[in-house]
Design a protein around this ligand. Sequence first.
Ligand code: AMP
Ligand code: ZN
Length: 492
Amino acid sequence: MELYKNNQLKIYNSLSKSKEDFKPLTEGYVGMYVCGPTVYSNAHLGNVRTFMFFDIVYRYLLHLGYKVRYVRNITDAGHLENDADEGEDRISKKARLEQIEPMEVVQMYTVDFHDVLKNYNFLPPSIEPTATGHIVEQIEMIKEILDKGFAYEVNGSVYFDVLKYNEANHYGILSGRKIEDLIHNTRTLDGQSDKKNPQDFALWKKADEKHIMRWPSPWSDGFPGWHLECSVMSTKYLGEQFDIHGGGMDLKFPHHECEIAQSQTCSGIKPVNYWMHTNMLLLNSQKMAKSTGNYILPNQILSGENDILPKAFSASVVRFFIMQANYRSVLDFSGEALIAAEKGHSKLMEALKYLESAQAGKTSSFDVQSWVDACYAAMNDDFNTPVLISNLFEAVKLINQMKTNKASLNAEDLALLKSKMEAFAYDVLGLMDDTTDNKSDKLNGAVELLIKLRKEARDNKDWALSDQIRDELAELGIQLKDGREGTTFSVN
Ligand code: AMP
Ligand code: ZN
């Protein structure tokens, strides 16, 4: 029987601001959409915190036996500099500054994003659609919104009519804003804008002559508004109504509010049942962000090439650090916090290693089934990873007592503990045994293998091959030294 049948998951829904029982639209199936990165620069660790949390959500849903379609988009057009409808397109601007094609910018940072996700052991989403791959569908959705009377065209641009929408709906339902406050708090139009009201947002923008990324449409050569792509791609791949929509808290307004307005206008139904938002990763007590220069890149943590940390840390340690905090709390990034996480992580890994060869006793001094229930209860409580980790450390304590015969488990309990420890640490939290020692062990093994192959080549008088192995290793900075005891090596 699938685990989800015995596990009532609760999700904190940003829409109702309360924890609700999770009931997917179709039993056994989950549709989940997460707003992906805007690929105009490298994703920083703050972005990765958000994506990592949804990786855990995906992993846990799979662990429970759900069939999940997980869609995470790539924003490669339409995201303007200030998140509103003004300023340059972020990707176009980068392309202009670097004097390269916008699609080169997109390719460069998409490749980098995937590299980071691979290093940090993310599961790939089921579908990763791009905004530029869905221009036709975006134009179709604009036509539908225009036909329904909730948008208007001015000088080749099309805007969503927020006040009209708000007559029968609540624009601000997700972010807890009232239209009166929005009207009160927004600047009045300066005569430069084509909008009827400052709250309205762009569905299509006419491109000026300098704008490189442009597509033909019934209204002008232009480009879609940023909010539109997510309505279009979530509807296309998950339907008019789906289960979970995620993103960072800073996307609630205006991005997700606008998504709801667009989708609901087209379908007449609420598009998303559970909205989930992650809190921010901080550095020096400030939000980690590219725009302020207050950030660290995920790969800089792995290489140690940065001015923030005392040394390099493994991806699994960073995962452990991020999962020690609840996703709805802010989290402070620092060298001290990573050093503490590294200690905890290595204790957990040692315990997991010990379990591989632990011997069962005749009786059990620990109630493993209650421990398993507590682990599930933690994750069922809105993916409470810090509580799960503290449960894992209950087991670490037990395992350390087993090492000195102060505790024991019978064969059945030992097998249960081992399988659930591995499932929660590796499958659900996505941790890896990737300590530096382990990596250098592997590299040492590879060099030893080359030394053995060189010896075989020499025994066969294949001097060309043996010299090639020695010379090419030397080019990599690995010197072989032949002595009486055999060949040794040193790394420069
Ligand atoms: P962007 O590429 O700017 O659209 O951001 C990608 C995702 O990262 C969005 O869900 C943002 O909300 C999220 N995000 C941005 N900064 C942070 C941060 N400092 N901590 C956590 N999530 C963040
Ligand atoms: Zn989005």
